[in-house]
Design a protein around this ligand. Structure first.
Ligand code: ZN
Ligand code: ZN
Length: 89
């Protein structure tokens, strides 16, 4: 493992950043769970697809297509960010 010569303040800053990103992950997981529940409540049945599909939770896009602008879904009817899509856990 690479060793970096960090000051205490820099270590603290990295540690806090990491914690903030993990907090965001947790929030995102919550948002995604709520999104899933909302779709189920509405009667929406996601297409099970052939296996490793990444359906969008913000539109009926059945699978994320990489290569869109700014990392968005390439499907013209979607164009949502990857985080809108159901990522494998
Ligand atoms: Zn999509
Ligand atoms: Zn979409």
């Amino acid at each position: 493992m690479e060793e970096y010569d960090l000051t205490e303040a820099q270590k603290k800053a990295f540690g806090e950043n990491e914690a903030e990103f993990r907090k965001f992950d947790d929030q995102l997981r919550g948002v995604r769970e709520a999104a899933r529940a909302r779709l189920t409540d509405s009667g929406w049945e996601p297409d099970p697809g052939p296996g490793d599909t990444i359906p969008c939770l913000s539109c009926p896009c059945p699978d994320f297509q990489p290569g869109g602008p700014q990392g968005r879904c390439k499907r013209p009817s979607c164009r949502h960010f990857l985080i809108d899509h159901e990522l494998p856990e």
